[in-house]
Design a binder for this molecule. Structure first.
Ligand code: GDP
Length: 597
């Protein structure tokens, strides 16, 4: 306490708005407003000096006192930031301008994602004035405080992650909708994990605050439990109470989005050829292919030739989200375009090219590359490759998606896996949840190059199919220590590749041939598959295995051969076994590296 009875807050010489808010257990928005009324404009991560902070502190009823400078935390760069940086890395700094943020709405079913998107859309005064009817094109833009915000209109983490799995990084900020009556639900946790895996900052919209049974504090506690601690509780997640139904709190939410955007400082060069992401596309009867594109860098013009995945075309007409014809679309603008030759896939990256000819050549090249890639099985990453990839500098962390049967096994599993992190490789648990492995898990693993480990669970059929297609490795275990042991070995480069025995051919013994000094060999007929010299063999009689061992000889007529195909006869000698009988089956096995479990 100071002499005047007010509480004393110890302040460093410089402090960020966020740190000051944490110190005072106040909302950063209130601090920013306090600073503004004293003529200081600051964003949430901006440092303000002692004097400015002291004035705000005093207005809030405390006294300030200086302390030594506190170390500023160094945050890992957000991937969303890294991704758009990559897009603009060849641009020179003077060409870059700030671009509007692109926001995706995530959350559990029925918590109000669609209602919130509608409520936000209705705040757009400009749309009302222009008398424009909003068209559903998969994205829309609103203006608030003379600044634009773009919203992707397909809510849900399935769409978000599916786009990411195709290589798109269209979202800058995720708004996680949580109903204040229902609280954090399974899909809330899943959505939060998907956004975190993409390293996209999350703002929580605490919706349905109008309901009598809303219990915001309970929900804030639940958010804290999933590492989304509200800023007013000392964490760094902005939690904004809203009612999509009554259209309350929407302004605060938009303000929170703009604050986060100030933090991220997304930039783009409006003067260059456009590039971005396909948001959605369909074939329309009368008009042809209609595709919604989100421009992320450059400016898109009518007449530009673009290539998007395997599709190309010259843009004939371009419409904004109110259905109006536009000639150009600057960064962060969604537009629907006519003129593509075929329907591109949502999540494909598009870019402007010089000419139709260049577009056609590029598409042909891509088609060829895809054919070659399809001929080889897709291969994202396996546990055995972790160390190799780490040594080659291709990865710094092992990303895991964990599914377990019950909470009682999930927790110890997650804890022991986290402890396996070394100074060099970190174990990053993207998502740990109870239940079987689903397509969503596989999608997340695809987008984040993760491995899925399951304890006492199964992968459902659709998940297995998608994992095979995308080359995602799923490892199933029934004993916890085996699972942790495998991961530990993988991190140390000691995990032997797993092999499985595959039956390649079967021969039936037709006669037993006695060869002096050598012993009995089987005169056999290949019933199925193919026999190979380097295989291991099993001699089967009446469905029982009599012997397992190596081949001593494989002959066709009189020649030693390396393989014998179905329908041919051959002589088979087995090392250490000669008591063949007519009718015995000899099975041939080879060991193959297990690709996807
Ligand atoms: P989504 O599945 O997340 O897209 O949820 P919807 O937007 O379809 O909303 C689900 C239900 O919750 C609908 O019946 C909405 O009318 C209702 N709802 C959405 N927001 C609010 C709100 O703020 N307050 C109340 N009372 N109901 C809401």
């Amino acid at each position: 306490m100071s002499d005047n009875g007010r509480k004393v807050i110890e302040l460093p010489a410089a402090v960020t708005v966020r740190q000051l808010a944490d110190l005072l257990k106040a909302s950063p928005i209130d601090i920013i407003k306090g600073l503004m009324s004293n003529g200081v404009m600051a964003t949430i991560n901006q440092q303000i000096d002692y004097d400015a902070a002291a004035i705000v502190i005093s207005e809030m009823g405390y006294d300030a006192q200086p302390i030594a400078v506190i170390e500023e935390e160094k945050e890992e760069e957000k991937v969303s930031t890294a991704e758009w940086r990559k897009l603009i890395e060849h641009e020179s700094e003077e060409d870059l301008i700030l671009r509007p943020p692109v926001v995706t709405i995530l959350g559990h079913v029925d918590h109000g994602k669609t209602s919130l998107l509608d409520a936000i859309r209705h705040t757009d005064v400009a749309a009302g004035e222009a008398g424009g009817i909003t068209q559903h094109i998969g994205a829309y833009q609103i203006i608030r405080n003379q600044r634009s915000i773009t919203f992707l209109d397909t809510p849900g983490h399935e769409a978000f992650t599916a786009m990411r799995a195709r290589g798109a990084q269209a979202t800058d900020i995720a708004v996680l909708v949580v109903a204040a009556d229902d609280g954090v639900m399974p899909q809330t946790r899943e959505a939060a994990a998907h956004a975190k895996a993409a390293r996209v900052p999350i703002i929580v919209a605490l919706n349905k605050i109008d309901k009598a049974n809303a219990s915001p504090d309970r929900v804030k506690q639940q958010l804290t439990d999933i590492q989304l601690t509200p800023d007013e509780w000392g964490g760094d997640t902005m939690v904004v109470p809203v009612s999509a139904k009554k259209k309350e709190g929407i302004d605060d939410l938009l303000e929170a989005i703009l604050l986060t955007a100030d933090d991220l400082k997304m930039k783009a060069n409006p003067k260059t050829a456009a590039a971005g992401t396909v948001v959605e596309a369909q074939l329309e009867k009368a008009k042809g292919v209609m595709a919604t594109l989100l421009v992320q860098n450059g400016t898109l013009h009518t007449g530009d030739v673009i290539i998007a995945g395997m599709v190309s075309g010259r843009i004939r007409r371009m419409f904004n989200d109110h259905g109006g014809v536009v000639e150009e679309a600057p960064p962060s603008t969604p537009v629907s375009v006519l003129g593509l030759s075929d329907v591109p896939v949502a999540g494909d990256i598009f870019r402007v090219v010089e000419s139709d000819r260049e577009a056609r050549t590029l598409v042909a090249e891509r088609k060829l590359a895809t054919k070659e890639a399809e001929a080889k099985p897709a291969q994202a990453m396996t546990l055995e490759q972790v160390f190799e990839k780490f040594k080659a500098g291709e990865m710094k962390e092992l990303a895991l998606v964990i599914k377990a049967d019950v909470q009682g096994s999930l927790e110890p599993l997650t804890n022991s896996l986290k402890k396996l992190s070394t100074d060099d490789i970190k174990v990053n648990i993207l998502y740990g949840e109870i239940g079987n492995i689903t397509e969503n898990d596989v999608m997340l693993a695809t987008a984040s190059k993760a491995i899925i480990v399951g304890f006492a669970v199964q992968a459902d059929a659709a998940a297995t199919r998608l994992a095979e297609k995308n080359g995602v490795s799923i490892r199933l275990y029934d004993v916890i220590y085996r699972l942790t042991e495998d991961v530990e070995k993988a991190l140390k480069g000691m995990l032997e590749p797993e092999y499985e025995e595959v039956l390649i051919g079967k021969a039936e013994v037709r006669l037993v041939i006695r060869i002096p000094k050598i012993g009995n060999i089987a005169g056999a007929y290949v019933r199925d598959g193919e026999l190979k010299r380097n295989a291991t063999v099993r001699v089967m009689r009446g469905g029982q295995k009599l012997f397992e061992g190596k081949l001593s000889s494989l002959k066709h007529v009189k020649d030693d051969v390396r393989e014998v195909k179905q329908g041919f006869e051959c002589g088979i000698g087995v090392d250490g076994f000669e008591s063949f009988r007519t009718g015995d089956l000899i099975e041939f096995y080879v060991k193959q590296r297990k690709e996807v479990e």
